[in-house]
Design a protein around this ligand. Sequence first.
Ligand SMILES: O=C(O)CCC(=O)C(=O)O
Ligand SMILES: [Fe+2]
Length: 334
Amino acid sequence: MELSRSPIIDFSHLHSPNPETRAKAIDQIATACRTFGFFNVINHGISDETIRDAVDANRRFEEAPPEVKEALKSGDVYQPVRFGTVLDSRGGHGSGCGTFVRDFLKLYSFPLEDWIEFWPSYPPDYRSKMGKYSKETRNLSISLLKPMLESLHITDPSPLLHKVTSEGMHMMAVNHYHTGLQQQLLSNSAAQIGIPPHTDHTLITVLLQTSPGLHVLDPTDGNWKDAAAPSEIIQGGAQNTLQVLVGDQLEVLSNGRYRGAVHRVSQCSPDNCSRISVASLLSFGMDEVVEPAAEMDGDELLKPFYKGRSLRDLLDHLASGEKLPFIETLRIMG
Ligand SMILES: O=C(O)CCC(=O)C(=O)O
Ligand SMILES: [Fe+2]
């Protein structure tokens, strides 16, 4: 499979005292978001140690006593903290996709002090290590969102940013591929290990993967591309390059100028054992109705291409068992 052509953004350039360097980086982001909905970020300021610690805590969670996992198990999409092995057969995105299996852990994480006590208690340092990574990725996401909104030339983005920083949703989603239970499930069904093609519900997602496996749909030619982190794999299996995906909320806010990245994880070989990914998901608040911005690129919005909906509407959509991707229910045709 071909490698994705999405660019590598040097985060430090966004804070460069040289306005040309900064403008060039913002331009690269804008092009990546318009074309692929996806880019890589380096020099993001999150240390290798923090990344390694987060991966390590999640690896050790795989060995947690059954009662720890049992207490977190839930199939209720409204639960703020939950764990499960999921057989996922979401449709849409031209997938014709079948069933994919993975373990996931969902952790609401802002404000951190409200949620951290519900996070896994095993390993004992899980909360401190993931808490640190969660805080740092939230800050990174906000620092990336600013230039992304700037690059859309939204007139007066400050109230939007204020909403996100003060009452926006931030959650972590950890995915484990190839755990023992998944292998058992696989031997009894036609499922494959991975996650089916989908877009994220977010404004932006910052993703960490411990080994290759992420594929993004390239809208320029309609083919799947390998979105492995381009840097070398550092000691301990973590990678210091992070991936940034445009989510549904940014697609809506930009009235389709930026497109949500359609992505999947599949064809993990059985020896590519225990792949972990940690997604940091930044969105507007639960009840914030997200609509196309009223003014972009100096033009008043004449025709919205999306209906306004909130994150709670998304949860209702998921709870209803509807297979159609949420974003497809928002698009206004013609
Ligand atoms: O495992 C991955 O690389 C992707 C995970 C993902 O797409 C998600 O959690 O939404
Ligand atoms: Fe995703």
